[in-house]
Design a protein around this ligand. Structure first.
Ligand code: G1P
Length: 284
């Protein structure tokens, strides 16, 4: 039912400077593949067939990455490196890719709005590539299943501490079932005093198509950015929105420490690294 996904990847990556001065944050390597590939694979495993990546100037290496690379493929074939060849080909055939430029850094809501013509009139998924989810059922599939049941937009929720109220949008919840909450209100990064709850919005959403009208009506915040959280608040005036407390683990790889944690944990899960890395970490 949800076949299209949008991956906003147009930001400057300021939290990762200087590494992101001349390369996209989304192309930074986590164990052995770029950060964005985790979101792409999660989407594909969830039944998504086509993906629009929202990019900006200086980030065209993402387009090359998901394209075929005939010279490299020929080189690997000649050298008999068949496993690598298959892997390189697999990446370009993961999904149908579209790339849309956000011409000015006007916020996450504005970035998502750039996909309006691509999406057309159907529900769609949004995956923020900063978040890596490790779940037995892919996180965006968990949301798609709730969307199918409730026929309304769904956002992923996680419990956050005081620090988290400064980093994430926070919802005012009405509990419907163990993991499903109806969203009564929400506020972007309120801080502990103004937080409605400890339920923070993480980087996965499934939206009904009406979100685009809501984004268009959304006023920029004091930094001049159109926030998706403000757009969802407007959407709430015309239709219900639900939050889903996902099952699994999430890494905030959009932050230097979270990125290091994700790298260590994901490497520990890999049979070829796990024992030696564990021994190395014990020695420290
Ligand atoms: C965005 C959203 C915020 C959400 C967060 C999840 O913020 O605006 O509501 O909690 O993603 O990662 P950003 O991280 O782009 O500042």
């Amino acid at each position: 039912m949800v076949k299209k996904a949008v991956i906003p990847a147009a930001g400057f990556g300021t939290r990762f400077l200087p590494a992101t001065k001349s390369q996209p944050k989304e192309m930074l390597n986590v164990v052995d593949k770029p950060l964005i590939q985790y979101s792409v694979e999660e989407a594909v495993l969830s039944g998504i067939e086509s993906i629009a990546v929202i990019t900006s100037r200086g980030k065209s290496s993402m387009e090359d990455y998901f394209d075929r690379s005939p010279e490299l493929e020929q080189f690997l074939e000649e050298k008999g490196k068949i496993d690598l060849l298959e892997e390189i080909k697999r990446i370009s055939s993961l999904a149908e890719f579209y790339f849309v430029r956000q011409k000015k850094a006007l916020g996450l809501g504005h970035a998502i709005l750039q996909a309006k013509n691509y999406v057309g009139r159907e529900p769609f998924a949004v995956l923020l590539p900063d978040d890596i989810f490790e779940c037995s059922k892919p996180c965006i599939k968990q949301l798609i299943d709730v969307y199918s049941e409730l026929k309304a937009s769904v956002i992923v929720l996680g419990r956050v501490d005081e620090e988290g109220t400064k980093k994430y949008g926070i919802i005012k919840p009405k509990q419907i079932s163990e993991r499903i909450f109806q969203v009564e209100d929400m506020v972007e990064k309120p801080g502990p005093e103004k937080a409605f709850s400890d339920l923070g919005i993480l980087g996965r959403y499934v939206f009904s198509t009406e979100i685009f009208d809501a984004i268009k009506k959304t006023e920029p915040d004091k930094r001049g950015e159109i926030q998706i959280t403000d757009a969802i608040r407007l959407l709430l005036e015309t239709q219900p929105v639900y939050g889903y407390l996902f099952e699994g683990k999430r890494y905030d790889a959009g932050d230097k420490l979270g990125f290091i944690e994700a790298t260590i944990d994901l490497a520990l899960k890999r049979p070829e690294f796990s024992q030696r890395l564990r021994e190395y970490l014990k020695e420290l």
